[in-house]
Design a protein around this ligand. Sequence first.
Ligand SMILES: *Cc1c(COP(=O)(O)O)cnc(C)c1O
Length: 440
Amino acid sequence: MQNTQYPTPETFTRANSAAQFETAKTYFPGGVHSPVRAFKSVDGPPVFFQKGEGCHIYDIDHQKYIDFCCSWGPLILGHVHPRVLARVQETVANGMSFGTPTPHDNLIGKLVLDNHRYIEMIRFVSSGTEAVMSAVRLARGVTGRSKVLKFEGCYHGHVDSLMVKAGSGLVTFGISTSAGIPESFAKETIVVPLAEPEQLAAAFREHGHDIAAIIVEPVPANNGLLLQDRSFLQLLRETATQHGSLLIFDEVISGFRVGFEGAAGLYDIQPDIITFGKIIGGGMPVGAYGASKAIMEQVAPVGPVYQAGTLSANPVAMAAGYATLLELLQPGFYEELAQKTQYFTGKLQAHCDAKGYEITFPSVGSIFWPTFTRQRIQRSEEIDGGKMSLFKVMHLECLKRGVYFGPSGYEVGFVSAAHTYEDLDRAAEVIIAALDIVEG
Ligand SMILES: *Cc1c(COP(=O)(O)O)cnc(C)c1O
């Protein structure tokens, strides 16, 4: 890479990215393959990246950034960790896919199950969406019921029956948030707000006998970071048990992130099914779902719930996941990562407090969310959409100084093991400069 430095507001350019994006728009809807990437809620065209190393990413205009998007969460070790890279290279040289069982299956299977007390068996798929879709089918298959209860502000991938938000009224059936989802599908979903025990109880009073599963992000991190009280998650456990419904923890983002055992371990709550994605693939397209042996043996070919995949447990992807998870089991890994994150958000918070800015940085483990309020936010409706214009300024001013956040104020940031204290000091300086402009 020639001449790669952090940009400054004077030198920052997106000339090459802008040109690529113009071309991409003629090939792909919106120029992208996943909507948020199009930078619709922040300034300018998306930045095109061509290289990552540790916590740094390099764009096609030869500028360097400290990365807090980390591919939306999978890269807990940062980019191209040497031991992950070595294992992937060694594996890929022997073939990319066989469509048969391979020894990698057992390696990662043993590693996960030996170190995760909340599941006994696991099935690998190719994305978080696929994991959730399969988990919901499994819950319906096991219970013989059709409805699913979800929470407003939780994202579960683009699964038809879960792309829904609350309608009006107390206990509401979902209204689809996308064209192309039949009303009859959305009707199978009941949507209630997070952190509202009364509404949950009302939904179960009315529909309890039809509810196959409660699905929740136990650490809701796709619509801001809506940290819940343990008591609410425990209430979900008790309610599900009481009504013969299953509890699904969608841990695609929290799994292996807030601890090796994810949110189940963090809160010590036993869900019936857990979904995984992101970190479990180490940057490759992987998802998985796990449960007790009794529940997992309802899945084909043992049981009647069908689920399959041409590239499921792809050996290269399993190698990336295995090598990543191995690192996470090093003693002190999560403690160190959480300490670094605390140090970083603490520094940002101290500045905002000193200046009297209405900005906070809620965090859990290595997940943090810059939010433009001093209130604790637990429900999506409490997020002030008007404040997203402030995020937009912050995003641009960070970009111009070499700090990369996901391009939406509803997205969380991730600290990786590759971020050093020096990197975090530099990033904090940049973010503080950006926030001074936001508030100035
Ligand atoms: C990212 C995410 C998904 C979707 O995973 P994909 O791999 O993007 O399909 C589902 N649920 C949660 C909680 C997620 O964070």
